[in-house]
Design a protein around this ligand. Structure first.
Ligand code: NAG
Ligand code: NAG
Ligand code: NAG
Ligand code: NAG
Ligand code: NAG
Ligand code: NAG
Ligand code: NAG
Ligand code: NAG
Ligand code: NAG
Ligand code: NAG
Ligand code: NAG
Ligand code: NAG
Length: 850
């Protein structure tokens, strides 16, 4: 039913034989709706039955309660005449009123709609499903554009994600603090929206006998043109609706010279007529025709054409990159020469995307919002006349070449609505979140497979994986489409995630097929250990140039700590696979790295781990967190470093690095704060840290912002937060980002207190956090391969009653908190560890001593 509305196009849809089957989760409908002349909220109006849009009530606002993902659907039961409806989607409520809602998403294709606004045109009653997935939104509006009346039913999404609420996932947690319970639930919310089944991200292009049919979306670039420069791109295009679009001299991410050619027929009533004029060539250098927060493009140039451009006619278009201009011809006649000088300047500041040159980079295709066009017979010629590239665009292989192949691996993205990339570093939090909520290992194993399929076999990036491959990319073009050294520690966060996956799951056989590749990646990273400092710095294979990392600078605490942690977590896996040599190497290297952190990076004057050798008086929560998580910090150093975090206070939370200024648009990071939250509780449990005030600020003031503001609430964890508690990249912020969900895994492990002491909870311990957070009870379910652990603790007066099940095949130890005593099987314990005897259900009463 995809593309039903374009009746003239629908007949051309072909079954894609290679596509993986859709995994159906059924339809999801709004919770409540508001009908009126503009957007609104009406919580006392539950969504049910038919809704009539008419000129007196043209505007419907729909609230789904939490983030949902899928193909937008509705049924038109009756209509008084040809009707146009504008739909908008947004994660937060304030953005639903903006012209582009919380979008668009020009940064990557993401196998979803690049736009948060789409227009439907109906001539008769029937069921409608959008061609495009919308990856995450709580809010939707439907606005009647025509002077007609239409009765709608079955409004919602054909869901691409599980619909289970947080209370229905297998791992559970409840405490006496209702805010903490809601924070815990955010992990399941973000895992549901961000982890995707093979089959549920179909290609956004369609290959037809007439070439590629591409509806309005971010351009996708050919992997084959990555190294081309100074060329002429030629292709034939037929506009199916409104316009066509292409790009030259672009990075693999769309950043370069962007052209949109509009047709004479602009029939949608909501088209922005100052941007989209009929029969006009529109040019901008950058990502898009709209700026979106930190994704900025150059100025827009409009070139009205003398002859009208018609829908449903083929045109031959060429675009030549010359030293002075981008020269565009239609059917052999030069229509526009766009001076290149402005582009040269913009290219130099491209940042992550782009090639840095206005003359160099690939070509791509993608019409603008609500447009659609066919593309065929693409030819690229060098400026000496030789043919560099030819593609009739009629083969399914084209999809992989342009990184828009249908998803055939089950995996987790960084976020639901954007970037929809498989960011290798985000994987670390995602593993922990999945383990502590949905316990759906197929998504984690799939992500591991997806990233390792794209590992490079030879220099200079030998052994590394791309840090953020697109879902639609294919392994064959990994080198051309991937970025390998942009954020080098994403490799280590990926390895740490693999180690954590094994720690929680104990799934030795499932990880075994990847072991050789995992070792190759470790080997590549060990080359970054500096022989003089003993810290993670640079690799000879990459010319010893200082590596850019996400967590902090080279020769720094954070990058060295994460590597030490990853190696420590991979050691038990190496043992389980019988690879003693690797196990010994990893544990010895990890110990040397933590030793080097302590020897070289402790600043005794400030009482904190330094940012790096070259910034000894600066520090960061990443450095502090990974010094603790890696085991480098002892109790004195951990307590002193954590106390230092108070100086990083910025609005409701803590900024990441001491050298950063706290401004009102600073982006507080739930990602980096998540590492720290985990580290503080680890220090509490393992090193006897008693002061939890930083962690309390994090939970009570910072994370709580995600659940206490209904206008932004998504039921999932956020990407960034401003110091005032609003989303941190304004409307661009992903409000379903697993990297922001650390409380989901920290609370069960340290507050309820169930943690694995060997892989898969074969042995585990129970350390109830009876003091420090003012809780009087906690209970929950932890999923293990041996069965569920159902545990709880409850304070009554001076006693704490602890109950737990002990799955067959596991053995458990109860840690009696300091200052408490217990009697168990005839023995009295004053603090210390009680081996729980292999009964299925255990109950222990602990008394507070005076
Ligand atoms: C909200 O919905 C209720 C029930 O449908 C309705 O009676 C009321 O008029 C609505 N309020 C607004 C402000 O639309
Ligand atoms: C809308 O339709 C009604 C009924 O057909 C008609 O009376 C009215 O003039 C139309 N208004 C506009 C602005 O076309
Ligand atoms: C949901 O969309 C998928 C993909 O287009 C389609 O295969 C499936 O039939 C749709 N489900 C329903 C109930 O329409
Ligand atoms: C329409 O496009 C113009 C030109 O790009 C832009 O300035 C304006 O904000 C847009 N208007 C809306 C409502 O999107
Ligand atoms: C492409 O053209 C530009 C401008 O003339 C020139 O500076 C550059 O060296 C050329 N690149 C190649 C690879 O020939
Ligand atoms: C477009 O190009 C094709 C292939 O080169 C050619 O056969 C055709 O005549 C051209 N059409 C026009 C209108 O120039
Ligand atoms: C023409 O240019 C291409 C690439 O730009 C190059 O590979 C090829 O050798 C050149 N051919 C001649 C005859 O110079
Ligand atoms: C998935 O798609 C890729 C690229 O299109 C292909 O190489 C691979 O064989 C496919 N895998 C499966 C399991 O279909
Ligand atoms: C790391 O520190 C060592 C020892 O001071 C130094 O030789 C090396 O150049 C540093 N590497 C980087 C990338 O800063
Ligand atoms: C760890 O450091 C010691 C002492 O410098 C050194 O002898 C040993 O080779 C190192 N081990 C590894 C695995 O790097
Ligand atoms: C932590 O390590 C430092 C440096 O070795 C040492 O001075 C301090 O006493 C240690 N603290 C504890 C509690 O062992
Ligand atoms: C250290 O922090 C100060 C401000 O706190 C800053 O001015 C300085 O540039 C930082 N140094 C380094 C090397 O990052």
């Amino acid at each position: 039913m995809r593309g039903l509305l374009l009746t003239s196009l629908a007949v051309l849809l072909l079954e894609n034989s290679q596509a993986t089957a859709f995994v159906s989760y059924g339809n999801v409908h709004p919770v409540s709706y508001h009908l009126g002349s503009g957007p609104g909220i009406n919580t006392t109006s539950p969504y049910e039955g038919d809704i009539e849009l008419s000129p007196s009530n043209p505007f419907l606002t729909l609230d789904y309660g939490t983030d949902r993902a899928g193909f937008p659907i509705f049924s038109a039961k009756s209509l008084s005449g040809a009707t146009q409806i504008e739909a908008k989607y947004s994660e937060e409520y304030p953005a639903i009123s903006l012209p582009q809602a919380d979008g668009p998403w020009p940064f990557t294709v993401g196998l979803a709609n690049a736009f948060r606004v789409e227009t439907f045109e109906l001539k008769e009653a029937g069921n409608v499903q959008s061609f495009f997935v919308q990856g995450g939104q709580r809010w939707q509006t439907l606005r009647l554009l025509t002077n007609t009346t239409i009765t709608l039913s079955n409004i919602g999404f054909n869901s691409t994600a599980p619909l289970a609420g947080p209370s229905e996932v297998p791992v559970k947690l409840a405490t006496s603090n209702s805010i903490y319970n809601r924070l815990y639930d955010l992990g399941a919310g973000s895992a549901h929206v961000s982890c995707i089944d093979a089959g549920n991200a179909p290609s956004t292009w369609e290959i037809t006998p007439d070439g590629a049919l591409i509806r309005g979306q971010t351009t996708a670039q050919s992997a084959k043109g990555a190294d081309f420069s100074n060329y002429t791109l030629t292709f034939s295009t037929k506009i199916a609706r409104g316009g066509t679009g292409w790009r030259v001299a672009s990075g693999q991410n769309p950043f370069g010279a962007y052209f949109v050619l509009t047709s004479n027929e602009q029939s949608f009533l909501n088209t922005n007529r100052s941007l989209i004029q009929p029969s006009t060539l529109i040019f901008s250098y950058g990502t898009s025709l709209y700026d979106q927060e930190n994704i900025i493009s150059g100025p827009i140039h409009q070139y009205p054409l003398k002859a009208p451009i018609e829908d449903d006619s083929w045109y031959n278009i060429s675009t030549a990159i010359t030293p002075e201009a981008y020269v565009v011809s239609i059917d052999g006649d030069i229509i526009v020469s766009v001076p290149i000088a402005g582009a040269i300047e913009l290219a130099a500041n491209a940042g992550y995307s782009g090639t840095g040159s206005a003359f160099k980079g690939s070509f791509g295709f993608g019409p603008w919002q609500d447009q659609a066009a066919y593309f065929k017979d693409v030819v690229v010629t060098s400026n000496n006349g030789s043919t560099l590239y030819k593609n009739p665009m009629t083969s399914e292989d084209t999809l992989g070449e342009y990184s828009v192949a249908p998803l055939n691996t089950t995996l987790c993205l960084d976020g639901g609505k954007r970037d929809r990339l498989v960011w290798a570093g985000d994987f670390y939090h995602t593993v922990n979140v999945v383990a502590s909520s949905t316990a759906q290992w197929k998504y984690i194993l799939g992500t591991i497979e997806f990233l390792l399929q794209r590992q490079l076999p030879d220099a200079p990036y030998r052994g590394l994986v791309p840090i953020a491959p697109a879902m639609g990319s294919v392994p064959e073009f990994s080198r051309a489409t991937g970025t390998f050294d942009g954020l080098l520690d994403y490799q280590d966060l990926f390895l740490a995630g693999i180690g954590d996956f094994y720690h929680y799951s104990g799934l030795t056989d499932e990880i075994k097929p990847y072991w050789t590749q995992i070792k190759t990646l470790v080997e590549a990273r060990l080359a970054f250990i500096d022989p003089f400092s003993g810290l993670i710095a640079a690799s000879p294979e990459l010319g010893n140039r200082p590596a850019v990392s996400f967590l902090g600078p080279a020769n720094g605490t954070a990058v060295t700590g994460i590597m030490a942690y990853a190696l420590e977590m991979l050691t038990p896996l190496a043992h389980a696979l019988g690879d003693t040599a690797a196990a010994d190497l990893y544990s010895a290297t990890s110990a040397n790295l933590t030793q080097a952190i302590n020897d070289k990076l402790w600043n005794p004057k400030l009482g904190v781990y330094s940012l790096s050798l070259t910034a000894p008086s600066n520090y960061s929560i990443n450095g502090i967190a990974w010094a603790i998580l890696s085991g480098a910090a002892n109790s004195t150093r951990a307590a002193s470093s954590i106390a230092k975090v108070e100086e990083l206070k910025c609005g409701i939370g803590y900024r990441t690095q001491s050298s950063e200024a706290c401004t009102e648009d600073y982006q507080l990071s739930p990602n980096t704060n998540g590492f720290l939250l985990n580290a503080i509780f680890k220090a509490q449990r393992d090193l006897g840290l008693t002061n939890l005030s930083v962690a309390r600020t994090q939970l009570d003031d910072f994370w709580s912002a995600m659940v206490t503001q209904d206008q932004y609430y998504s039921g999932a964890s956020w990407e960034y937060i401003h110091p005032d508690g609003s989303p941190g990249i304004n409307r661009f912020t992903s409000l379903s980002h697993p990297w922001g969900a650390a409380p989901t895994y920290v609370l069960p492990e340290y507050v309820l207190g169930i943690s694995a002491t060997s892989a898969g909870y074969k042995t585990w311990k129970f350390t109830p956090l009876v003091e420090g957070l003012d809780l009087d009870h906690a209970s929950g379910t932890v999923v293990t391969p041996y069965g569920d652990i159902e545990a709880g603790w409850k304070i009554k007066g001076n006693s704490v009653t602890v109950t737990t099940s002990i799955p067959h095949g596991t053995s458990a130890t109860l840690i009696v908190p300091k200052g408490y005593s217990a009697r168990y099987h005839g023995k009295t314990y004053h603090g210390g560890a009680i081996p729980l005897i292999g009964k299925k259900q255990v109950k222990v009463r602990m008394m507070k001593r005076n």
